[in-house]
Structure formats: structure tokens, C-alpha cells
Design a protein around this ligand. Structure first.
Ligand code: DLZ
Length: 163
């Protein structure tokens, strides 16, 4: 099937471990709010569907994607999250701002996970235009927020299994 026709978020729910009792932090960028709120909703709905308790999901908003890694750090420290999920949407503009933000947030997310030895999930859309973002936040290509939630659950489980 051509990628252009595929729901990229499709997965087998039976293969996902139960995540009851684990704490999840979701950090959401206010930039492109219509997109990021759909991603965040997909993310928390997926966590709930796989057993997370509502009181164990903490949502924090930050001004833009650049601030996501610091938001994640705050949730690791103040909420003692088992995993944090960074949600944002950066859309290519006319200047190089896009490159700097994407690079910083991707690097910051990776460093966050390494620093706390816990999953820090990159749930940031980096698209050429608004339509591509719509398609991936509950549109024809699924919802990247769902995928981010599944990644967090899988990585927590991986850590547990290898302990
Ligand atoms: C400044 C800026 C621009 C131009 N574009 C976006 C974007 O598409 N997506 C996003 O999440 N944030 C954007 N920002 C804001 C930066 O992430 C950041 O909040 C500011 O540069 C302040 O540090």
C-alpha cells in the first residue's frame, strides 16, 4: 500500500501491555493549537484505553515546541512521571526557524530520556504544510498522538522486563 493512503497509526491493541498504575506526563505546545489539542486528546485516550488511570495522567502546556523538553523535565521532577510525551506541531515557514526548532526539540527530547533513564517520547509533527499536519492528527494518516502513547507504554514495559 502506498504510504500516501496508509493510516500510519494502525496497531494491534492486543499486543500492547496494560499500563495501569503508571504515571504519564503529556506536554503540549500552544503553537498550532488546533493540531496539538487533537494530538493530545488522541494520546490521553489511548493511554486510558490501555489501562492508565485519569489521575495518573498529567497534562502541561508550554508556549511552543522549543519549550517542550523543559516541560518534560518539570513533569519528571514534580509529578515523578514514568514517561513523558512531548506533543507539538512545527510547520515549515519561509525562514530557517523551522530547522532550529525541530533540531532543538528532537535533541532535547532524546537528552531528556537519557538524563532521567525514562522514556521521553517525540510526539512532534514536523510538516511542510497545515494539511499534512491535519492528516496526521486524526485525519487520513491517523493520529501521531496515539502512536506516541503506544511508544511510551512499550518503552515502560521494555524497561520493566529487563530489570
Ligand atoms: C516562533 C515559532 C514559529 C515561527 N513556529 C512555530 C511552530 O510552527 N511550532 C511551534 O511549536 N512553535 C513555533 N514557534 C515558537 C517556538 O517553539 C518557541 O516557543 C519560541 O521561539 C520561544 O522560545
Amino acid at each position: 500500500m502506498a504510504t500516501s493512503l496508509k493510516n500510519l497509526s494502525a496497531y494491534d491493541p492486543e499486543s500492547i501491555p496494560d499500563c495501569t498504575g503508571f504515571k504519564f506526563g503529556i506536554v503540549v505546545s500552544e503553537w498550532n493549537e488546533a493540531i496539538t489539542s487533537s494530538l493530545a486528546e488522541g494520546c490521553s485516550e489511548t493511554l486510558l484505553k490501555h489501562g492508565a488511570m485519569r489521575e495518573n495522567i498529567k497534562l502541561l502546556t508550554v508556549p511552543g515546541s522549543f519549550e517542550l523538553p523543559l516541560g518534560g523535565q518539570i513533569l519528571f521532577e514534580s509529578f515523578e512521571a514514568d514517561a513523558v510525551i512531548l506533543i507539538g506541531c512545527v510547520i515549515q515557514g519561509e525562514t530557517r526557524h523551522f530547522d532550529f526548532i525541530c533540531q532543538a526539540v528532537a535533541q532535547g527530547c532524546m537528552e531528556l530520556g537519557m538524563k532521567y533513564h525514562k522514556p521521553a517520547v517525540f510526539g512532534v509533527l514536523t510538516t511542510n504544510n497545515l494539511q499534512q499536519a491535519i492528516d496526521r492528527s486524526g485525519g487520513i494518516h491517523g493520529n501521531k498522538g496515539d502512536e506516541a502513547a503506544i511508544t511510551a507504554i512499550k518503552m515502560i514495559n521494555l524497561k520493566l522486563r529487563l530489570k
